[in-house]
Design a protein around this ligand. Structure first.
Ligand SMILES: [Zn+2]
Length: 232
């Protein structure tokens, strides 16, 4: 079997600025709620030249080469972005849940309607774990996951965290929302919740669809928590 050569074999030398940019970003995120919507300029203001060079090397790739099986969405500045604060949780075990999220007003309104229906039936609602993030924040997430989950395996990480133009969180064209239950259940465990069961039966009536269902055509991992509003 012929193995395809890696798109970017991360060198030992490159690991250093990747590690340091992750540390800097996480520190910034702790005290700056705008980090989720940072521009590249904002990001580069906190980075050293070596760290900027890492971002630039990533951005020099043709993103269509990186994400062949995914639909290309493009990049647009989202309109009427609203800050989401103080969501109601019934648990305080929320260590890695960011305090603030952002969504366009129309998606917030649509989600309120969806939650109204769910509350009537289940007595609970879903919260927003991740809404909109800027293209720069998306690239930052890529390096975070590259290190944290994939031990610097670029080819594997790029299949999990898409380039901004392909991401429903960062493109500003299609808006994905990652749900978390009010008792803090998220990610792969979301599949087991009554909230998910309700969504599967009822979300379509509110114009919400699961973006990457089980065995999806894109070959993307099943993300039961990731939905989008397709009304308007
Ligand atoms: Zn998502």
């Amino acid at each position: 079997m012929i193995m395809k050569s890696s798109l970017w074999k991360i060198s030992e030398q490159e690991k250093k600025p990747i590690l340091s940019l992750i540390t800097k970003g996480k520190e910034e995120e702790k005290h700056n709620e705008r980090f989720a919507i940072f521009s590249f300029e904002d990001m580069y203001n906190i980075f050293s030249d070596n760290e900027i060079a890492i971002f630039e090397k990533y951005l020099a790739f043709d993103s269509k080469e990186l994400s062949k099986s995914l639909p290309f969405l493009g990049i647009k500045e989202p309109k009427n972005l609203v800050t989401i604060r103080n969501q109601h949780f019934t648990t305080d075990k929320l260590a890695d849940v960011p305090p603030v999220q952002y969504l366009p007003q129309k998606d917030i309104d649509a989600l309120a309607k969806l939650n109204e229906g769910m509350k009537k039936k289940l007595g609970k609602e879903v919260n927003v774990l991740y809404g909109y993030r800027s293209p720069a924040r998306q690239v930052f997430l890529f390096f975070d996951i590259l290190k944290r989950i994939f031990d610097f395996d670029f080819d594997k990480a790029i299949k999990r965290v898409f380039p901004p133009e392909f991401s429903e969180h960062a493109s500003g064209v299609v808006q994905g929302i990652d749900f978390i239950t009010q008792d803090g259940i998220k990610s792969t465990e979301f599949t087991q919740t009554p909230e998910y069961e309700w969504l599967i039966k009822n979300a379509e009536k509110c114009d919400f669809v699961e973006s990457y269902p089980k065995n999806n055509v894109y070959g993307v991992v099943w993300e039961s928590w990731h939905w989008k509003y397709i009304g308007n």
